[in-house]
Design a protein around this ligand. Structure first.
Ligand code: PNS
Length: 186
C-alpha cells in the first residue's frame, strides 16, 4: 500500500498547544504529515509567514515524519501537487463543526480523492485558539501552558513592541503638539 500523505493546513498565527497536540496525533496515524501554512495576501497576520514557519519547524523537529511548508491558492491544488490524499483538521467543539463540514464537503467536491479526517485535541486545549491567545496577551493576561514557551516569548515581544511603538508614537504626537502650542504662545 502507498504511504498516506496528509496535510494539516492553517494560518498558525500563532501556533498553539492545541495545534501541536493535533500534529502529534496526526504524526502517529499518517505516514507523512505536512503542516501547510496558508499565505493569504488578504489577511494581516501578527506573525510573518517566515516567523510562523520557523516556530512550527522548531516545535515539530522531533517528529521525523512531519514537514512544514507554505502554500497559496486552493488547498486542493496544493494537495494534488504534494500527492496528499488526506487532510487533517481539528474539531474542538460543535461550534467548529459547521464551518469544517462546509470546507470538507467543498474540498471533496473539488478533489474527491482527498479525504478529510477530523481529530479532537486534548480536552485541556478545547477552548484554545490563536485569536483568543493573542487577545489575552494584548490585554495583559497569561497564556502559560496554552502555547509553546518559544511562541509565548515571541508573542510577548511582538505585543510589547507594538505597545512601545504606540506609546512612542503617542509621546511623539504629544511633544509635537506641545511644541506647536509653545510656538503659538510665543
Ligand atoms: O487557520 P484556519 O483559518 O483554520 O485555516 C483555514 C484554511 C487555511 C484551512 C482554509 O482557509 C483554506 O484551506 N484556505 C485555502 C483556500 C481554499 O482552498 N479555500 C477553499 C476551502 S473549501
Amino acid at each position: 500500500m502507498n504511504p498516506v500523505i496528509a496535510i494539516y493546513p492553517g494560518s498558525f498565527d500563532p501556533l498553539t498547544n492545541g495545534h501541536l497536540d493535533l500534529i502529534e496525533r496526526g504524526s502517529k496515524i499518517f505516514d507523512r504529515l505536512i503542516v501547510a501554512i496558508l499565505r493569504n495576501p488578504e489577511k494581516d497576520p501578527l506573525f510573518t509567514l517566515e516567523e510562523r514557519r520557523q516556530m512550527l519547524q522548531a516545535m515539530t523537529r522531533k517528529y521525523p515524519n512531519v514537514a512544514v511548508d507554505v502554500f497559496e491558492g486552493l488547498l486542493v491544488d496544493y494537495a494534488r501537487r504534494v500527492n496528499a490524499h488526506a487532510l487533517l483538521r481539528g474539531i474542538r467543539a460543535i461550534s467548529d463543526y459547521e464551518y469544517e463540514l462546509q470546507m470538507a464537503l467543498m474540498n471533496r467536491k473539488l478533489y474527491p480523492q482527498l479525504e478529510t479526517v477530523f481529530m479532537m485535541p486534548a480536552e485541556k486545549y478545547s477552548y484554545v485558539s490563536s485569536r483568543l491567545v493573542k487577545d489575552v496577551v494584548r490585554l495583559g493576561g497569561s497564556v502559560k501552558g496554552l502555547i509553546p514557551e518559544l511562541v509565548e516569548g515571541k508573542l510577548h515581544a511582538k505585543v510589547n513592541g507594538a505597545h512601545q511603538r504606540q506609546a512612542g508614537g503617542a509621546a511623539e504626537t504629544r511633544s509635537r503638539t506641545t511644541r506647536r502650542q509653545g510656538r503659538g504662545r510665543r
